[in-house]
Design a protein around this ligand. Structure first.
Ligand code: NI
Length: 183
């Protein structure tokens, strides 16, 4: 699967998809199961720790995660039902914003309710990296990117960096090779 990369242009079709709110999945059928598996493969291929539907051009409420020390997980129609008051800073990257990194403040722990690819409902309490990845991926379903969560000055700097990278596609390819992992 192809991962959409933000172009930051007003007429960009991929920007429109990345910026749109994803729609609920009505039926967890074989098509959705295949989508979930393909997303897990793509996340692993690009060494990401998470990937959301809109990033692969699917405006559906689905994301997958594979945080360090954890297994692959599929979240369909998720709701974050609790967040801790305690917030922490953590550096985030995103497969749709290659080469960009920024410290983002978010709740340290969360509780999420969702369905897996087999149509089974589950509730998960997460903290640390997994909680971080889940919140980042959940944002994608709302059309929110991590650069929206930094101040304007920082965001401008990041977008300039993104444009420079876009002008040098050979660098762009290498951008997926980060150690910490992006979503
Ligand atoms: Ni992302």
């Amino acid at each position: 699967m192809n991962i959409l990369i933000l172009e930051n242009k007003p007429d960009s079709e991929q920007d429109r998809v990345l910026r749109q709110k994803a729609k609920a999945i009505k039926d967890i059928n074989s098509e959705i199961r295949q989508l979930a598996l393909a997303m897990v493969d793509t996340m692993h291929r690009d060494r990401g720790v998470g990937l959301a539907g809109p990033q692969v051009g699917q405006l559906k409420r689905i994301f997958v995660t594979h945080a360090e020390g954890d297994e692959s997980r599929v979240f369909i129609n998720p709701s974050i039902i609790w967040t801790s008051q305690n917030e922490i800073n953590y550096e985030e990257g995103c497969l749709s914003l290659p080469g960009l990194w920024a410290d983002i403040k978010r709740p340290e722990s969360i509780k999420i309710q969702a369905w897996n690819e087999k149509g089974r409902a589950f509730t998960l309490e997460a903290s640390g990296i997994l909680a971080r990845v889940i919140q980042h991926e959940y944002d994608h379903l709302e059309g929110i990117l991590f650069i929206d969560r930094v101040n304007e000055v920082k965001r401008e700097k990041l977008l300039v960096k993104l444009e420079k990278r876009a002008a040098r596609p050979e660098k762009r390819k290498k951008a997926a090779d980060f150690g910490m992992g992006a979503g």
